[in-house]
Design a binder for this molecule. Sequence first.
Ligand code: GCU
Length: 628
Amino acid sequence: MSNLNNNLIYRFGTVALLWAISFMAYGQKPAPLLQNAYHRPSVSLNGQWHYIVDPYETGYRNHRRWEPFDEFVNTKASAAPYWANAKKTAPSQRIEYDFERSPTLEVPGDWNHQQDELLYYEGTLWYERDFSIELQPGQRYFLYFGAVNYRADVYLNGQKAGYHEGGYSPFNFEVTELLKSGLNEIVVRVDNRRSAGRVPGLTTDWWNYGGITREVKIIPVPDVFIQDYMLQLDPEQPAIARGYVQLNEAKPGQTVTISIPEAKLSRTFTTDTAGRAAIVLSAEGLKRWYPERPKRYEVVLQSGRDTLLDQIGFRTIQASGQDLLLNGQPIFLRGISLHEENPMRGGRAYSREDMALLFGWARELNCNMLRLAHYPHNEHAARLADELGLLLWEEVPVYWGINYTNPETYAQAEQQMQSLVQRDKNRASVIIWSVANETPREDPDRLSFLKSMAGAVRQLDTTRLVSAALDRTEDKQEKRVTVTDPFAAYSDMVSVNEYIGWYGSTPERIPQMRWDLSSHDKPFFISEFGAGALYNYRGAREEIWTEDYQAWMYEETLQMLDEIPSLRGMTPWILVDFRSPRRNLPNIQDGWNRKGLISEGGFKKEAFYILRDYYAKKAAQYRYDIKN
Ligand code: GCU
């Protein structure tokens, strides 16, 4: 056989192999999410990253064939893909980008509030930074992102680590093979375009902040490590804490030790053939976690060369008939809804300080609960709520109209739910998983979509409540309000958004309305009500957009809701004004939804005090004993 043929076969062989490798790398999804990455020692990659705005995807796709470069060329051959991060090495070499000479953005942080010209930008933007790390033998390395909105394609030293979709979920890639001791470079393509197949879909009433919105870090772990664990009180037998520890490998006979030093508790367990140890601990000696006494214990989990510390509070939450029971006692959820936005600084909230600002306002409102709308907020939220004693409703953005018949859309929604449960399942503060908000009740595809979501959550966690924010049914003639949404039957509590007095009517209609929930023997919850008001705009109560109109709306609504025997809580819409591209009334909205009880400048509106005082009364009405 001639050289030529040999050559050709050799070439074809190599190209085929490289293509296969690049395809495999291209298609790589994240590794299973590390449990408690929050407390694992790590190397932070936060800080200033270079960026290139790339609306035409010049650095990602071939301009004619439009398919991604990383599906085809091997990295070294071409400088075109921005993830090659090519540097000019010869005078006549033509490279039409250069991260080093490009401006920077702060990570974590959305790009919209950092650069005026990016405020409305939706598209592709590239991030790049260098970093040094000394690799240790016998260690494995994971690259962890708190969240990137929406799709992230991640490259390390010119090689693809993988990609992730979902704008509010944590993810990590194993990068042990891609990292090197010394200088490394990371490039991330971020695409925050809205599309019908994504979750959320094309329309939301919040700002589509793009970018690497939460922390980035490298996490070293031993070869065999604790991949996952859960430890919660058994709602049926609250004297017992149950759970499991899962190693990253199916290693039977491994010893796992769980210790709670403060309670002088320490027990060892053994893994089964799947590398999983079932945990059963007596909780007799453990103080219960209450909002009024948010007791957490340091829990030490140890197996082989791996030790993990966590702070866990122990409490039970149940729905019993029309009651919500916290540690077996009736509770009223005095809540408020909020978006993950720091109005003072602008942009997506991401830090402990951001959440402390928002939670501080909620405390002033006499809240014992928060609805984190409409997507998973950063992990500081649940950690801080555990510490401060605030109960949480957490949700995934199955919001309004998404593509309920598209299996890919379902896979994304379920994936977002799974990573949320995975991240926050050991948090005492989290009591409700919500699978949707205001979705079309007549649509049978939507119903099966939500039923599957609820089923998936209950597979992962049997210790918390599952719900969704539903629409009410109003008989205008009869002035009767009911809930006919079929999903209520699959929900542990019936949660409804109601805007009587704002959408479609004015507040004087509220006292005339009669709620009939006799067909639901479940706790009833108002997940939203509210009215828009511009801070400091005062006038007659009938004058829409005034604080007076909003206050009137609150007074009437709270009175109406108090008539409902099965009402067990509420999260009015909303704690603070927030950015929305759907709100465009000049000199009133100007791109802000004004239903906040606090303005974006931090100023409290009249209605804030009405709700605060109402909650003070509710707290007295629903007092319970802090037992043990
Ligand atoms: C809806 C929706 C919110 C929205 C609010 C409003 O109910 O769930 O996301 O912001 O109403 O109209 O202000």
